[in-house]
Design a protein around this ligand. Structure first.
Ligand code: FES
Length: 179
């Protein structure tokens, strides 16, 4: 048996001067203080990436390039580190979104309990397809993977609220009750 020396290739971090062509977002001192309070919880700044993303999204409506640049600077990470996380989670938006984000679960339990009909019902009621936003900017319709509420399938999430054991009547009730 020949014993070739093992060659180890070390992959260093990418150097990445990405230009987004925008200035970083700025926030009020109150928002900055909120951001500081999250950063103070973690020994490594980048661990605060999700709470900070939620704040930036809340303040700017979605994670726009200026917000991404702000986060990259604040967390001392690369712009693509921010994009990688932002594009992984369905609750982080990298393009403008409606006031109410309807996320219909399409995974197994919901699927066999009528998720397809839920999506179709919402789509017909609102006059939009999955991935679209109503013209008045009020509703965006998405399909997402399991939201961890399989026992109450079919279900959907609107912003941070779950609505479960859905029927057409219940969907009407939920949507009509939104302010
Ligand atoms: S499959 Fe829909 S919540 Fe789990």
């Amino acid at each position: 048996m020949s014993s070739q020396p093992t060659q180890i290739t070390r992959i260093g971090p990418l150097s990445q001067p990405v230009s987004l062509g925008v200035e970083p977002a700025t926030f009020s001192s109150m928002v900055e203080a909120e951001i500081d309070s999250h950063l103070a919880k973690y020994p490594v700044a980048r661990s605060a990436i999700l709470p900070l993303m939620f704040i930036v999204q809340r303040e700017r409506g979605y994670l726009d390039p200026a917000g991404v640049l702000y986060l990259a600077n604040r967390l001392k990470v690369r712009v693509t580190d921010i994009w990688e996380v932002a594009t992984f989670y369905s609750m982080i938006h990298t393009s403008p979104i409606g006031k109410y984000h309807i996320q219909v679960c399409r995974t197994l339990s919901c699927k066999i309990r009528g998720a397809g009909q839920v999506t179709e019902y919402c789509s017909n009621k609102l006059g939009i397809k999955v991935g679209e936003t109503t013209a008045d900017g009020r509703f965006t319709l998405s399909e997402v993977e399991c939201l961890g509420s399989c026992g109450t399938a079919p279900m959907l999430q609107i912003n941070f609220d779950y609505h479960e054991n859905l029927t057409p009547e219940k969907i009407d009730q939920v949507l009509n009750a939104l302010p």
